[in-house]
Design a binder for this molecule. Structure first.
Ligand code: PEP
Length: 257
């Protein structure tokens, strides 16, 4: 079993009003209090961050944002800076495939955001993952390694980094990758991190799997040597289901309540 503390992060996407978010966070915080061996992060939309961060203040739940601007301040209507988030969150998801596909974020943008997050003393959760076409072409490994390298160009905060491998074809589809497929790519991503950050740093970096994770399939993922947890979308919106994912992770790591 690995020495890395597992992470279960919930990406709520564009769901929950501020009061719904508060209620969901409260239920999750109560449910996961028995599993301190798992790092639990919830990522509400921006409008829910203040409520949620107050709600989980004295629990073992951490809060993340789903995006951030790389710009420090100024004439960027509709954007949110690291300084604004810093009072509310410890983590920020950057480069989620929906940001890349729907909002045109490039690897260069993602790297700039990751650097900005680390500079503001928060922790980036940097997402990478191949499309179905890339997987079918047989070049998923090379493609995702290159995407990670480009998404971390100029980044040096290895102690703060979390990586999420989320194959685009598995997100929100109900068709999770197999634990074997996820381990293969995540093992390759760790090799890439060895090249970028050195062996010692790379061994400390948590790499998560994401894509249709639920309480029934989480176990075999976190049982794999390089998979240190999950980034969970749909299943993170139901408190009981999300708590079960955390519980089943704790069980695999040998510390059930
Ligand atoms: C995600 O959006 O990061 C995700 C993994 O979604 P889902 O769990 O719904 O596939």
């Amino acid at each position: 079993m690995t020495h890395r503390k597992p992470v279960i992060a919930g990406n709520w996407k564009m769901n929950t009003t501020p009061s719904e978010g508060r209620d969901l966070a409260l239920e999750i915080a109560k449910g996961v209090s028995d599993f301190p061996g798992v790092e639990v992060i919830v990522c509400p939309p921006f409008t829910g961050l203040a409520n949620v961060s107050r709600t989980v203040e004295s629990s073992n739940v951490l809060v993340g944002a789903q995006n951030v601007s790389a710009e420090p301040s100024g004439a960027f209507t509709g954007e949110v800076s690291t300084a604004m988030l810093d009072e509310l969150v410890s983590h920020v998801i950057v480069g989620h495939s929906e940001r890349r596909a729907l909002f045109g974020e490039t690897d260069e943008d993602v790297a700039a955001k990751a650097i900005a997050v680390h500079s503001a003393e928060m922790k980036p959760i940097v997402c990478v993952g191949e499309s179905l076409d890339t997987r079918k072409s047989g070049n998923a490994v090379g493609w995702v390694r290159e995407q990670l390298r480009a998404s971390l160009d100029g980044y040096a905060g290895w102690g703060s980094l979390i990586v999420a491998y989320e194959p685009v074809w598995a997100i929100g589809t109900g068709e999770a990758a197999s634990p074997q497929q996820a381990q293969e790519i995540i093992g390759e991503l760790r090799s890439e991190l060895v090249e970028l950050a050195g062996q010692e740093a790379a061994e400390q970096i948590r790499i998560l799997y994401g894509g249709s994770v639920n309480s029934n399939n989480i176990g075999p993922f976190v049982d794999r040597p390089d998979i240190d947890g999950a980034l969970v979308g749909g299943a993170s919106l139901q408190a009981a289901e999300f708590v079960s994912i955390v519980e089943n992770t704790a069980r695999v790591y040998g510390n059930p309540a």
